[in-house]
Design a protein. Structure first.
Length: 751
């Protein structure tokens, strides 16, 4: 029996945990645990990673997952489900999507679902409890047996999915329904057509992105293979037996299956263009009703993507944590166009993708620009190029580069202008098959024109003040003025890097000078970044642990968030010894969202690059210690093995790089700060070629004695253009720290 058949045999009986690496060396999906992150991290019991265990494909539009009966996110500690909606976002801090959930219950609907659920809650007919022992999760597949005895299995294609629903032989009828009044945000309107075993329509919703005014319409098409005994619609007016259509925000449809029905197959297609496109997506991707085939294809798709990083060594739990983090980092951004190439643009018009292109949406900009887009550029340069072109088209259609695109709108979550760093990072790591000149023009427009908007949002709020003063004064109209200033300056630096690469040296110098304005927020007395007031004075009173003027963080954390000029920051705080002393205290404990001490807050993206600052202070061995300790403490194979919000794979991508021994410290720059790898051997598929990272003695040995790139010594940093030409990065590890300073990695400041 070959390995693939063996993998399928074991998957069909739910025995992934017992399969060894030797048995299934090509079955990387067997080492993914989709339940990681479904319980709060030990570092922050109040905060969830908000990952979901449902069925999806790499970068897929469909993400079919259970929705909690009493909460907006899936919660492991709350095993109650009110439905299974086909579109989700994993890891975000605020809920999104969740439109058109399907549910099946014993008996007939005799009370409107939205009335029963709101009055009776978890005790109502439309919710069901279940036991976690009755859940099975794997990449592309999810199943659960409800307390009613109904087993629901979900398998994913890219824009569609197939459910296999097993009904108990209890002599009762069962009712399958979709309740359009429920999603994870706000339903503004809905419409539905019913007949001959299908339910199709759309839901207009939004407004859930942490107070965002984002608005979009989702289309769906459900179809059953087995013929129902009866079907109907419902609304606030009651049940409509025999009716074939309904409109309104509190509507839905149902199908009743007789007591002799044992299995129901339900196919769903999703789209942002039309319900006809949703049906076409499903028909094209899943032409029949072979559930096992869809499940096997999903697993093969995930294996092909996960195979871009092959690790050897470590324990099964080490590999399971790693491949789950890689899995999370390969979910978003997600495919946005339909199989016929159509997508809805930021101008609300239907567009056609260019042949060979894919349009993407769901860019969690503020989160993913620091490490996730770099990982995607390295592993999937074609996809990354299409993602870059997607942002360019969003800017052309919507007026400016988006901040946090969801569907064809911008929810503008968090701060700064992250598309600049995303585009520059893609380019710097070789993902260049996009309209670079159009991207560059859009980046400059957003950086120089204070009126530039992405849909309804200013791309850079209060840009006039920033251009006049070099910083944003603290104001009640802006959350985190100091944070946004630093984010805008990182964006300016990214533009400077792309300008330099394109030969526009004058613009490169101008934007680098703007990026250097971080010094205007640096207080030489306290030696911290501090918010400044309208009159130019520093905010009073001051504490490094205060979050006033900062976005989900404090001065202790944001003082280091000048990744492009770490030498300048180190000099400003008093030199390497002073910086080392402060960093040692900083890394002595973990901060959390509700206990925002002056310490590392790794679950929040501005802190991602902090451990590698030691490479600039002459103590790279301390970076090696801090990275490994953080991985061991907070990232592991357990339900609580992912700290804080995963933010569409951003936090997971940090852990992937940390275990590879390289980290993209400077957005917009093609290079990596080094630390010690966590695996003895890593093979990266970088586009169409392979690159090895070897570290004999890992993970037990955490200190780097020396590093060579194709036999040539390197120190603390490697450049992407070197990696792109060579084939092997080799670490010599030790159990004792090598306290040599090595070479200081690059920093950038005006000449």
């Amino acid at each position: 029996m070959n390995r693939q058949l063996l993998a399928l045999l074991f998957s069909s009986i739910g025995m992934f945990a017992t399969v060894t690496q030797a048995q299934l060396v090509d079955d990387f999906a067997s080492e993914v645990n989709p339940m990681i992150g479904t319980k709060p991290s030990p570092a922050n019991p109040e905060d969830h990673a908000n990952t979901l265990p449902g069925a999806s494909r790499p970068f897929g539009m469909l993400y079919w997952s259970p929705d909690s009966g009493t909460d907006v996110f899936y919660r492991y500690e709350n095993p109650i489900v009110r439905g299974f909606s086909p579109m989700h976002i994993s890891g975000a801090g605020c809920p999104q999507l969740g439109d058109a959930p399907m549910m099946i219950v014993k008996g007939r609907l005799d009370v409107l679902p939205f009335v029963r659920s709101s009055v009776f809650g978890a005790q109502g007919l439309v919710t069901s409890a279940y036991r976690h022992e009755d859940e099975v999760t794997e990449p592309g597949y999810y199943s659960v047996e409800l307390d009613s005895g109904i087993r629901i299995e979900l398998a994913a294609a890219e824009r569609s999915g197939l459910a296999q629903i097993r009904l108990p032989a209890d002599g009762d009828v069962h009712t399958l329904f979709i309740d359009l009044s429920h999603n994870l945000t706000t339903v503004y309107d809905a419409e539905l057509n019913l007949g001959r075993g299908y339910m199709a329509g759309s839901v207009s919703s939004g407004g859930g992105g942490c107070g965002s005014n984002e608005h979009h319409r989702t289309y769906f098409s459900y179809q059953v293979e087995e013929k129902p005994d009866s079907e109907g619609i419902f609304s606030e007016a009651g049940f409509g037996v025999g009716a074939s259509s309904v409109k309104g925000p509190r509507t839905g449809a149902y199908m009743v299956f007789g007591s002799g029905t044992r299995t129901v197959h339900l196919k769903v297609g999703v789209s942002y263009v039309s319900s006809a496109n949703a049906a076409q997506n499903a028909a094209s991707e899943i032409p029949g009703w072979d559930f096992d085939r869809v499940r096997q294809d999903a697993r093969a798709d995930w294996n092909e993507h996960l195979n871009h990083v092959e690790v050897k060594g470590g324990s099964l739990h080490d590999r399971r944590a790693f491949y789950t983090e890689l899995y999370h980092a390969m979910m978003f951004p997600s495919v946005f166009n339909d199989v016929n190439g159509e997508y809805i643009g930021f101008d609300d018009k239907v567009h056609q993708v260019q042949p060979g292109r894919t349009q993407y949406s769901l860019f969690s900009g503020w989160d993913i620009y620091r490490s996730e887009v770099q990982l995607l550029a390295m592993l999937f340069p074609k996809r990354a190029s299409d993602m870059a072109q997607s942002l360019v088209l969003d800017a052309e259609q919507g007026g400016g580069l988006p901040i946090w695109p969801l569907a064809n709108d911008d929810q503008a979550a968090m701060g700064g202008d992250p598309s600049d760093a995303i585009l520059a990072s893609f380019y710097s790591l070789g993902a260049r098959d996009f309209n670079v000149q159009a991207a560059y023009a859009a980046m400059l427009r957003g950086a120089d024109d204070p009126t530039t908007r992405s849909r309804g949002y200013l791309e850079r709020p209060r840009l006039k003040e920033l251009l006049r003063l070099g910083y944003l004064p603290d104001s009640k109209s802006m959350w985190g003025s100091a944070s946004v200033t630093l984010e805008d300056q990182t964006a300016d630096f990214a533009i400077a890097q792309l300008a330099s690469a394109l030969g526009d040296n004058a613009t490169a110098e101008r934007m680098l000078a703007r990026a250097a304005n971080w010094k205007k927020l640096f207080d030489p007395e306290t030696k911290h970044i501090r918010p400044r007031m309208q009159d130019g004075s520093f905010m009073q009173p001051f504490s490094p642990s205060s979050d006033k003027g900062f976005m989900e963080g404090n001065s202790a954390q944001y003082t280091w968030m000048v990744p492009f000029d770490l030498k300048g920051v180190i000099d400003a705080v008093g030199g390497p010894e002073a910086a080392n002393s402060r960093l040692d205290k900083y890394f002595s404990a973990y901060a959390t969202y509700k206990n925002l001490t002056a310490n590392l807050y790794i679950e929040n993206e501005p802190c991602f690059g902090n451990p590698w600052i030691y490479n600039w202070t002459g103590r790279p061995w301390r970076a090696q210690e801090v990275v490994r300790k953080t991985l061991r403490d907070l990232f592991f194979d357990g339900l609580d093995g992912l700290p804080g919000n995963d933010d569409l794979g951003a936090t997971s991508s940090w852990a992937v790089f940390a275990q590879l021994g390289i980290f993209p410290e400077i957005p917009g720059v093609g290079g990596f700060a080094l630390n010690s790898p966590a695996f003895e051997s890593v093979t990266l598929r970088l586009g169409d070629r392979k690159f090895e990272i070897l570290a004999p003695g890992a993970p037990q040995r955490i200190y780097v004695e020396s590093v060579t790139l194709d036999g040539k010594p390197v120190s603390n940093w490697i450049w992407w253009n070197q990696m792109a030409k060579m084939s092997r990065l080799e670490f010599k590890l030790s159990s004792m720290p090598n306290k040599a300073a090595g070479e200081q990695p690059p920093s950038y400041s005006p000449k």
